[in-house]
Design a protein around this ligand. Structure first.
Ligand SMILES: [Fe+2]
Ligand SMILES: [Fe+2]
Length: 166
């Protein structure tokens, strides 16, 4: 089995989420119930992904490099907030069963694609270079130990903090 790296695990999760979002988009005008299920799976998955990064992965990088304010993870955290706000605009339409969300989706996908590309091309490889296999396995372990309530409630760490989960 090839060694698990930050890049392989996180790139794969990006791809899985992209597929769920595509399903939502393709189904929303023909089978709204199924589209909504894909949307919900996407939402929980995106929140989980951002919690993995903000609670486990980014702190490891920040501790290793001393780069916090103004560093790449600082920028990625800010982008998570923007992605969350952009997502909320789509969710408001889904909640009223309104499939006319193509514009909001386009804005969202543009943000998310750009963000994911930066992580895949720059940040994840840098973290892989800065860590050894044991440290990476510890990351995967910590990710698995995050309680579901931490990412079920809202989009990303901000809402979870508001919900008193931090
Ligand atoms: Fe991210
Ligand atoms: Fe990511």
């Amino acid at each position: 089995m090839p060694e698990r790296t930050i890049s392989t695990i996180f790139d794969e999760d990006h791809d899985r989420l992209d597929e769920l979002f595509k399903s939502f988009h393709m189904l929303k005008r023909t089978d709204f119930a199924q589209a909504t299920r894909a949307f919900e799976d996407f939402k929980i998955g995106l929140q989980r992904h951002m919690v993995w990064e903000e609670d486990v992965l980014f702190p490891l990088w920040e501790n290793k490099t001393g780069m916090t304010e103004g560093g790449p993870t600082f920028v990625m955290r800010q982008e998570h907030r923007e992605i969350g706000e952009s997502f909320d605009a789509i969710e408001r339409k889904v909640q009223t069963q309104n499939p006319e969300s193509d514009q909001e989706e386009q804005a969202f996908v543009d943000l998310l694609d750009r963000h994911n590309m930066t992580e895949e091309q720059v940040l994840y490889p840098a973290i892989d270079r800065a860590t050894n296999a044991d440290e990476r396995e510890a990351v995967f372990q910590d990710m698995n130990n995050i309680p579901e309530a931490r990412y079920r409630t809202g989009c990303g760490a901000k809402q979870a903090r508001h919900a008193g989960l931090r």
